[in-house]
Design a protein around this ligand. Sequence first.
Ligand code: NAD
Ligand code: DAU
Length: 351
Amino acid sequence: MYTERVAPMTKNKRPMTILVTGGCGFIGSNFVRFMLEAYPQYSIVNLDKLTYAGNLENLEDIEGNPSYQFVKGDICDRSLVGSIVRERKVNAIVNVAAESHVDRSILGPDIFVETNVGGTNVLLDVARECMIERFVQISTDEVYGSLGSTGAFAETTPLHPNSPYAASKASADLLALAYHHTFGLPVVITRCSNNYGPHQFPEKLIPLMIARALENKEVPVYGDGQNVRDWLYVGDHCRAIDLVLHKGKAGNVYNIGGNNEWKNIDIVRLVLKKLDKPESLITFVKDRPGHDRRYAIDASKISRELGWQPSISFDDGIAQTLSWYLAHESWWRRIISGEYQHYYRNMYEER
Ligand code: NAD
Ligand code: DAU
């Protein structure tokens, strides 16, 4: 067992090389861009398999940045991960890569276990071998399960994942904590609520509603539409990850949330209103199996210990998000014109 060899990293310290996995996805691409802007002295290596959710277009504006390198590959590929970490002298890993969509995990759980559990284990094991200074595991509030009409998840809330996706993420969290406990690996875990913002794949609620509404097509609301989620702008999540990476205490979990609970039906109505589309587009469809009723996050620990607060109001965040999708129609149209059509039919036709 080894103990943490360095003091927690702080801004403007020595240059570092950070391996970000899944950097071509929604949160990953926002995080890579955020880090390159905040820490021009750092090098960022982005390892991404480019699954259906990974999109090189998400980072095309920074392709020529000398501080940024992209490697196409799988986090399950131990020899690739090992050679990246050794040859590029990686100091810290931020594991953003995952299969991330609950509905897909209901259609087929295998790849969720492979990537989210197996891939995380490969990264942890290489990090241990190479004595990495920091390992940030990007997790989710879904590991806690579902709430009734009151209360909020704290870091001490027992894990009770309900979907194959959530179970795979909870397993990865437990592995990460076990590597800390057993080997002293300096692991930190973030558990965030629902993100929204630019570059989110149009399978998730908000971008799906935007794309469908802009095409004047039905917008599918699961069940009675009364399920509640807590929404956070992706840029605020990136700031929180930065703080946890640099200042989080090894072995700790940090909840991140927007203190911004919405019923799904109200979000859908809001999006339609902002796009000047009629509510008649709303179609209630068969519920998601095992659908968690309500999530709410108590983010007082990260606020108290690391000084984090959400900075973007929901009004501003939604306005920025809608403007982005309106200005980047070719981005989402390219996505929904390909294999996605098959996914959509498979997921929604029988509902
Ligand atoms: P996403 O689906 O948009 O992106 C996932 C990225 O990971 C893609 O670029 C994909 O190509 C890559 N990837 C998948 N499997 C890989 C593998 N085996 N090897 C390398 N790369 C691989 O996901 P997202 O919504 O940006 O979520 C990112 C992370 O944040 C996930 O771990 C998710 O659990 C977590 N999270 C998401 C939210 C949210 O609201 N989206 C909230 C809390 C936590
Ligand atoms: O809470 C954090 C989690 O948020 C992340 O860990 C996941 O990666 C991310 O996908 C997200 O999970 P959700 O299942 O909450 O997100 P999704 O956008 O799929 O659904 C949000 C809510 O909207 C949920 O209650 C289901 C509902 N919904 C979703 C879709 C896609 C609909 O009513 N209709 C839809 O078509």
